[in-house]
Design a protein around this ligand. Sequence first.
Ligand SMILES: O=C[C@H](O)[C@H](O)[C@H](O)COP(=O)(O)O
Length: 230
Amino acid sequence: MDDLKRQAAARALEAVRDGMRLGLGTGSTAKHFVELLGERVRAGLDVIGVPTSEVTRADAERCGIRLTTLDAIDRLDLTVDGADEIDPALNVIKGGGGALLREKIVATASDRMIVIADESKWVDVLGRFPLPVEVVPFGLAATQRAMAKAFAESGVSGQMVVRKGKDGHVFVTDGGHWIVDAHLGRIADAARLAGLLSVIPGVVEHGLFIGVASTAVLAGAQGIRVVERR
Ligand SMILES: O=C[C@H](O)[C@H](O)[C@H](O)COP(=O)(O)O
């Protein structure tokens, strides 16, 4: 599996050109991209990156990749990031690693987003992977009630679980928020659910990336498949 992730990362690297401003994703697949990019940088490639998490910042620095912020530059040419699920319209669930907020800010500030994954992330319908929703701790119960209403209005339902870290404590994002993982099973109308979640005051951001990814690079046992958004 790890080899497939690296293969997808290597294919996405082919889209990188000298002088590009890059969004650097988070997660085990994106980490391969950062490492491979670092090799190219050490061989003379001139790029600058914006990391989507503190973990990626540390990885990129270790790999010698020059970093900047979205305050210092206005647009990015390309973001390369992993995904938890990808559907045929290239709508995506992200946030399994808790980085969805910065990932969405960076991806939407990019002219193009390539998602890289092994084939197991490709699904007909999003939702088997629990949908991560980043929330403020204040008023959590009220936010969850509003989320349940949004689920009902978009025709889904399921258990909501406040994410815990490996240490058993509540997982806290880089932004200081919590994550509620919603076990919905099948999200028939992801765009509608995304819209309903976005207007809930206690929801900071959700892991549905609708119309954001332009290309998916999927690595499987039969080779690499590149899917462009129609
Ligand atoms: O918050 C984490 C990100 O959205 C990741 O890109 C996503 O969870 C996929 O991670 P991985 O490549 O480790 O499966």
